[in-house]
Design a protein around this ligand. Sequence first.
Ligand code: 13P
Ligand code: ZN
Ligand code: NA
Length: 283
Amino acid sequence: GVINTKDMLRDAQVNGYAVPAFNIHNLETAQVVVETAAELRSPVILAATPGTFTYAGRDYIQAIADTAARRYEIPIALHLDHHETIEDIRSSLELGTKSVMIDASHHAFEDNIDIVRQVVAMAHEYGATVEAELGRLGGQEDDLVVDEADSFYTDPKAAAGFVEKTGIDSLAVAIGTAHGMYKAEPKLDLERLSEIREVVDIPLVLHGASGVPFDTVRECIRRGCCKVNIATELKMPFAATLRSVLTENQEESDPRKYFGPAKAAMKTVVEEKIRMCMSDGRY
Ligand code: 13P
Ligand code: ZN
Ligand code: NA
């Protein structure tokens, strides 16, 4: 079955690459991610939001991820992306999920610590690793919409204390990325990332990587990010190809025929992102 992210992120941190975390929504998107990762011998994290679990079912997604983990020799984790409730997290831990993000970043600092600490205590009982966010990313991911005005950057001075008090295994940083695509090229606060890296020794996580230029992501990896989250840039080619295949073939009703090209279009991007993360050929 799926594993936690401790060893895979530590290996990435030590060796200067990042493990890609790709958001998946169903069998097809999960297949594309794990097949491509296996071909490239890359560790991989399948990420799913609460919205995805509501859509597809926690048990179904868990079964898909566990099957993938048995089928391939690469390290595969299923990760709860941006989860906000202890109840949701517990139900996945009971199903065998070993990697969790508790997003309490919209709460006040002390409350954030309190909630995260509870999740860490629970998750560690199950042998699961925990990621939390300090600062707040802008943009939209599923039902989670954060106005630019409500977003704020991670404070390096608060980061070490946050990690120590919560006992988390990895830290999501807010350094100017946002969920979704960008209107203009994002300006990242790379200096801030380095300052956080200096005071925090656990793996750092870059959210909102869709739309961030290749070289900028590479620079973030160089400065210490060892998990890179990518959602939107995989959804776009899948949807665009599906749309054109169905438009051009009005009589087509066979899912095996119209999903095939959509999966192929998504695969190209997964491959490109794995190479961007430099996680290929590691296993
Ligand atoms: P993007 O949609 O910008 O790739 O963000 C993904 C993400 O951060 C998932 O947690
Ligand atoms: Zn995110
Ligand atoms: Na983004």
